[in-house]
Design a protein around this ligand. Structure first.
Ligand code: SAM
Length: 317
């Protein structure tokens, strides 16, 4: 984030009734699943691979910030049930603000944090945390922080930003929340579906949808892809069955400039994997997290292939 002297407040409150409530209701209803059940899941390796990708990304940017300062403050925008809490603990950050539109998810995230804290050994350190339920595409988060002057070194937005691309106002508000309270030199990092890949697969399909027996993506029509509100229904076994929106990355990059941001890098999951796997530590982590396993319960399914480009729901960031 570049240093900006003044930041313009939105001139009017955005009041758009959209899909936010449906998204929140969906995530609220998702059950937390135990480790045993998770390991039998047909998307076990896909989940683990996504998790590995987030771990490496988060670790990389914590290291970048730590070269400049030791006390790191993070905003986890769209924290869900707290799937990344352990990553922040490993990163030895000082403070975390977790926020999500789904209130039950936020409560579960808080509960998970408290459990984690209670399990800490007496000399073990865990970050301070604060939990906020809010629609980041409509509400201004800074008015909800316990300290309105909070400045973040990192905003992490993992598999969330695409929900905001329903309208320009929502996408811009989420960007403002992500970037508006970053310290100069701070980072906005994230993962989001690759719209180029989605459209490519749609165009190659004979119908308005594509997928396999584990996932399905369904558009309303082909050939017309508006910059905002280009909705598709995403179904993934056990996890998601919600409306999402295409994010046209060049537009996101332009919009982010308004919030003082400069693109550091963007990669597909495949490119990220190919670069990061050269590092021995990341390779070991991949094994430890059981993120890739060529033959498994899914037999010949492409979802568990050892080639990352075979992951059907490719993402980019
Ligand atoms: N970031 C978490 C992770 O990687 O485990 C959760 C990802 S989950 C795929 C997407 C999350 O985005 C859900 O928890 C959902 O409630 C949240 N979300 C969707 N729209 C949102 C919005 N407008 N404001 C805040 N959170 C939102």
């Amino acid at each position: 984030r570049r240093n900006l002297d003044s930041e313009d407040e939105p001139s009017k409150k955005v009041r758009v009734i959209g899909h936010g409530q449906a998204v929140a209701a969906h995530y609220n209803e998702l059950q937390e699943v135990g480790l045993d059940k998770r390991s039998q899941s047909r998307i076990f390796y896909l989940r683990n691979f996504n998790n590995w990708t987030k771990s490496v990304l988060i670790g990389e940017f914590i290291d970048r910030v730590r070269q400049k300062k030791s006390d790191i403050t993070v905003l986890d925008l769209g924290c869900g049930k707290g799937g990344d809490l352990l990553k922040w603990k490993k990163g030895r950050i000082k403070k975390l603000v977790c926020t999500d539109i789904a209130d039950i998810s936020v409560q579960q995230c808080k509960h998970r944090y408290e459990e984690m804290k209670s399990r800490c050994r007496y000399n073990e350190r865990i970050f301070d945390a604060e939990f906020i339920q809010a629609d980041s595409s409509k509400d201004l988060l800074s008015s909800k922080y316990s300290d309105p002057d909070t400045r973040f070194d990192i905003c992490s937005c993992q598999f969330v930003y695409h929900y905001s691309f329903e309208t320009y106002e929502q996408a811009d508000m989420m960007l403002k929340n992500a970037c508006g309270n970053l310290s100069p030199g701070g980072y906005f990092i994230g993962t989001t579906p690759n719209s180029f890949e989605l459209v490519k697969r749609l165009e190659a399909s004979e119908t308005n949808s594509f997928g396999n027996d584990v996932y399905n993506v369904k558009f309303e029509k082909k050939g017309d892809y508006p910059l905002f509100g280009c909705k598709y229904d995403f179904h993934l076994e056990e996890v998601v069955d919600v409306p999402e929106f295409l994010v046209y990355f060049p537009l996101l990059e332009e919009m982010a400039k308004k919030h003082g941001m400069k693109l550091v890098y963007k990669m597909t999951f495949r490119e990220f994997y190919e670069e990061k796997i050269k590092n021995e530590e990341h390779k070991m982590l991949l094994r430890r997290m059981q993120a890739l396993e060529p033959y498994s319960t899914l037999g010949d399914s492409r979802l568990v292939s050892d080639k990352p480009d075979d992951y059907e729901h490719a993402k980019e960031f």
